[in-house]
Design a binder for this molecule. Structure first.
Ligand SMILES: NC(=O)c1ccc[n+]([C@@H]2O[C@H](COP(=O)([O-])OP(=O)(O)OC[C@H]3O[C@@H](n4cnc5c(N)ncnc54)[C@H](OP(=O)(O)O)[C@@H]3O)[C@@H](O)[C@H]2O)c1
Length: 289
């Protein structure tokens, strides 16, 4: 095992590793090839979803790697078709079966549509039944987070949203703080702008990369870590995989953080109020390689 990745506390009482391995848009074959490489390097946190259609491969790769389950942090996500209470209960069980595990460390509602209010009760029951250690939301705007908070006995421990230097989510963080929710952990997807060359070649990152002897991706990931975020950069390249967790031996100054936070804000993806077509599509997650 390689680098020891720091963890952040969750309100559930568990700890989440600050960097994970994201497997979005990875085929089952890619997961089985690259996830073991990540585990070997020291990654212990894996971010998948029902909608990635690779949970069976994630489960298989974990078993094959022989890493004890309790040493790993596995996140997955349900899509809106699974939210209605009864369906949610059944689909949580089906998810655990696909991942070949007794529990997941974090279960998220992936998209802010459908019957997420009735589903939240099923999520809470899954926590009480030991099937899920922590629950949270992804891509939910503040007014929909408020709908969950109005019924929640267990508040979301995590919010997973787009976070990168062009989308620092300071407004959403302030809105949660106004509601007294200072301890919700933010997770950033598209931490490297999905590989956007414009982001990676911003002059400030080139300058800081030179100063610290790091790559621009490492500067961006370090910024996100110092912002208090968890991230899971995706890469199929073992050298990048190693670089992306090698960010814990330097620290950006307050002034450098402020300069990065002064970059213009323009998220890559705006979450629409109504469900887009890809969310409405019918999916049969049992059909996986
Ligand atoms: N909740 C949601 O709705 C949602 C949405 C999107 C994503 N996610 C999660 O977030 C994860 C990450 O998002 P993402 O994969 O779209 O975008 P990303 O991690 O921001 O970017 C991935 C791109 O960055 C490149 N890259 C990675 N490390 C690098 C390095 N050290 N140096 C240079 N280039 C590097 C990769 O290319 P190489 O392969 O060449 O390294 C790839 O092209 C996903 O896997 C998923 O788990 C969640």
């Amino acid at each position: 095992m390689g680098i020891k990745i720091p963890t952040l506390p969750l309100t559930s009482g568990t700890e989440i590793p600050a960097i994970g391995y994201g497997v979005y848009m990875m085929t089952s074959a890619e997961v089985e090839k690259h996830l073991p490489e990540a585990l070997e390097l020291g990654y212990t946190h894996i971010d998948t979803a029902n909608a990635y259609f690779n949970e069976v491969a994630v489960g298989r790769a974990i078993k094959d790697a022989g890493v004890p389950r309790e040493d790993l942090f596995v996140t997955t996500k349900l899509f809106p078709q699974s939210y209605p209470y009864e369906k949610c209960k059944a689909d949580i069980d089906a998810t655990l079966e696909r991942l070949d595990t007794d529990y997941v460390d974090l279960l998220l509602f992936h998209q802010p549509y459908g019957d997420y209010v009735s589903g939240w009760k099923a999520m809470e029951e899954a926590v009480r039944e030991g099937k899920v250690r922590a629950i949270g939301l992804s891509n939910f705007p503040i007014h929909k987070i408020d709908e969950i908070l109005a019924v929640a006995e267990i508040k979301p421990a995590v919010l997973q949203v787009e976070i990168n230097p062009y989308s620092n989510q300071h407004e959403l963080k302030a809105a949660l703080a106004e509601r007294g929710l200072f301890d919700v952990v933010f997770e950033g997807w598209y931490p490297l702008g999905h590989g956007d060359a414009n982001l990676m070649t911003e002059p400030i990152f080139t300058e800081l990369a030179q100063k610290y002897g790091k790559g621009t991706a490492q500067i961006i990931l370090r910024w996100s870590y110092q912002e208090g975020n968890v991230t899971f950069p995706k890469t199929l390249n073992p050298a990048h995989m190693a670089d992306n967790i090698d960010i814990f031996d330097f620290e950006l100054t307050e002034d450098e953080m402020a300069r990065i936070n002064a970059l213009p804000q323009h998220p890559y993806y705006q979450v629409p109020e109504e469900p887009p077509a890809f969310v409405l599509a019918t999916n049969d997650y049992s059909k996986q390689a």
